[in-house]
Each structure stands twice: as C-alpha cells, then as structure tokens.
Write a protein that binds this ligand. Structure first.
Ligand SMILES: CC(C)(COP(=O)(O)OP(=O)(O)OC[C@H]1O[C@@H](n2cnc3c(N)ncnc32)[C@H](O)[C@@H]1OP(=O)(O)O)[C@@H](O)C(=O)NCCC(=O)NCCS
Length: 179
C-alpha cells in the first residue's frame, strides 16, 4: 500500500475520475456525480494506492483557523474518509488517519477534526467526541449557494489534539462551512 498526498490544484482529470468513482462507490447513493466534493474543495487529499497503483482509499484535508471559546486554533479537518469496499477491514482507514496525524508533526496544526456517526474507528485512533456548540456557514450543496448560519450542537463532532494545546469547551465557530 502506498500513501500519497496531493494539493487539490494538482489533481488532473484522470485522477479526478478515479477519486470520483471511489467517492461514488463509498458514499452511495447521494455523492454528487459531477464533482469530487460535497460543498467546497478541500486543500489537499491523502490517497491510498494498492500495489498496482489503483486508488483504494481517500481523505480530503481542510486547513483552517477556527475560533473556539474566543481563541483562534489551527485545525486540520478530515473529510470524506473512505476505502473501497473490497479493501475494508484491513486497516487502510486507520493507516490514512495515522498518516494525517504524522503529517501534522512539526507543522502548525493544533487539532484534527472530523464528523462521524459511527465513532469506534476514530476512538481507536485517538479521537474523542467534542461537545461544543457550533456556528458555521450553511451551504446548499444542490445549487452551491450560501443559505445562512447554523448554530447548534453537533453530536458527530470529534477532535484529536496533535499539538500542545488542549481542546477547550465553549462555542466553536468554524469561520466557514462545515464538512
Ligand atoms: C469507514 C471506512 C473508511 C473504514 O475503512 P477501513 O479500511 O475498513 O478501516 P479499518 O480497517 O482501519 O477499520 C475498520 C473498522 O472501521 C469501522 N467502520 C466500518 N464502517 C464504518 C463507517 N461507515 N464509519 C465509521 N467506522 C466504520 C468498523 O469498526 C471496522 O471494524 P471491523 O473491520 O471489525 O468491522 C470504510 O468503512 C468506508 O469507506 N466506509 C464508507 C464511507 C464512510 O462511511 N466513511 C466514513 C465517513 S465518517
């Protein structure tokens, strides 16, 4: 298994098609068919390739300052983690999470953040549920327009400390959209 990282702006058409087909297979039935993101482009992606160089796993990365309890924090968000069905349960999802964490070492990232309704995989990889009331920019992913501001607790929110800071309680302002 080979793990690559790529900036979003370097993704060429052939690679886009491969990512598109993996996302459609993994997030049936409703992943958009014409693009490789739900609401907004990530900044980079982690790609897991099998021995033949075929794409079998993926995660998008969003780097952002967020505001939690009136303090700016540097957050790397993990978006659309997925592994092709016949490659699941072999540790590839965990390997991608680990790779993202290693990438943060000696870099300006305080926390990893993601959303999950099934939390076991992430808890096993050191993530915990966070109980902050969230404020974010709402985007309608059908017509890709801004529709307002959300402000509520989100049960699926999980974080992992990867720097020296502790995750605070209090309101979490995403300063942007929610992935
Ligand atoms: C979630 C997912 C990426 C895990 O990939 P993986 O390579 O199988 O991960 P690992 O081998 O490291 O761990 C497997 C464990 O993940 C957990 N898991 C399975 N499906 C999951 C899901 N949809 N969400 C979260 N965790 C899941 C199970 O506990 C599984 O353990 P098991 O093999 O004993 O059943 C993969 O199941 C997937 O692509 N699912 C569809 C897309 C998805 O729901 N992504 C999560 C978005 S939050």
């Amino acid at each position: 298994m080979k793990i690559n990282k790529i900036f979003e702006m370097d993704i060429h058409d052939g690679m886009k098609e491969e990512i598109q087909s993996l996302l459609s297979e993994c997030f049936q039935p409703d992943y958009p068919t014409s693009r490789i993101y739900y609401k907004q482009l990530p900044h980079a992606r982690v790609l897991a390739l099998n021995e033949e160089g075929v794409l079998v796993g993926h995660a998008g990365l969003d780097y952002r300052v967020m505001n939690v309890n009136d303090t700016p924090v540097r957050v790397l968000g993990i978006i659309d983690l997925c592994v092709a069905p016949r490659y699941r349960s072999q540790g590839i999802g965990s390997r991608i999470l680990l790779e993202v964490e290693s990438f943060c070492q000696n870099r300006k990232v305080d926390f990893l953040l993601l959303f999950a309704d099934q939390k076991g995989l992430y808890e096993r990889n050191g993530f915990s549920s966070a109980h902050n009331k969230c404020r974010w920019l709402k985007i309608n992913d059908q017509n890709q327009t801004t529709i307002g501001i959300g402000y509520e607790y989100i049960e699926e929110l999980m974080i992992k400390e990867v720097g020296e800071r502790e995750w605070p309680n209090g309101d979490l302002d995403f300063l942007g959209y929610l992935y």
